[in-house]
Design a binder for this molecule. Structure first.
Ligand SMILES: CC(C)(COP(=O)(O)OP(=O)(O)OC[C@H]1O[C@@H](n2cnc3c(N)ncnc32)[C@H](O)[C@@H]1OP(=O)(O)O)[C@@H](O)C(=O)NCCC(=O)NCCS
Length: 172
């Protein structure tokens, strides 16, 4: 679907740089992702430095173990100071591209997630990925606003875990 090398691209927005994530980013991200509140909607819990580094190493391969999905992960850094404030990710397969976003608690409420998600969606569209989707709990208003800024609309289709599919496919 997509050339995995193009995942190595830095994506620029007015206030942010989305930088392809590597294991070396664990030091910068461990504190950003340390607040248990970040996992309220998604499940999971903060990782320690070595566990986070191991996770980023796995993600850095850019491919699922069976090779059927491309995994793109970008650290979200404020521009121009370079501070890491979160990450965005895209999972690309035959079904299109599914997005996810996390912004550290101390940096929320400034529109950073929306700015990052919109840039990522635009990049993927330019690469020909379709449809672009995200899965958001119906009660997670902030994340719904982020999905809308990425050009996605709610489809009314719920997964067994209760998350609603958002998509940029034309409504039927
Ligand atoms: C969801 C998340 C990424 C949002 O990050 P953020 O940088 O604060 O998002 P933004 O500042 O772009 O705000 C998004 C929108 O939500 C609104 N919003 C923020 N907090 C809100 C709240 N508690 N209730 C209602 N709306 C809220 C903002 O006003 C904004 O709306 P707008 O675009 O219409 O102005 C962040 O809260 C997060 O990382 N949460 C934990 C991880 C997570 O749940 N990820 C999503 C999985 S689908």
């Amino acid at each position: 679907v997509i050339d995995p090398e193009s995942w190595r691209e830095v994506l620029a927005t007015p206030r942010l740089r989305l930088v392809p994530q590597t294991a070396a980013d664990a030091e910068d991200l461990v504190g950003v992702l340390a607040d248990p509140e970040l996992y309220a909607f998604t499940g999971g819990s903060p990782l320690g430095l070595s566990a986070l580094r191991a996770r980023l190493e796995r993600l850095q391969r850019g491919l699922s173990p069976d090779g059927s999905e491309v995994w793109g992960n970008w650290v979200v850094r404020r521009h121009p100071d370079g501070t890491a404030i979160g990450f965005v990710q895209a999972t690309i397969g035959e079904q299109g591209g599914d997005l996810a976003w996390v912004i550290g608690t101390g940096w929320q409420g400034h529109g950073y997630a929306g700015e990052a998600a919109a840039a990522l969606a635009a990049f993927l569209r330019a690469e020909g990925v379709a449809p672009i989707t995200a899965h958001v709990l119906p009660e997670h208003v902030a994340s719904q606003r982020v999905a809308a800024r990425a050009g996605l609309r709610p489809t009314g289709r719920l997964r067994p875990d209760g998350e609603e599919r958002w998509s940029d496919e034309p409504a039927r």
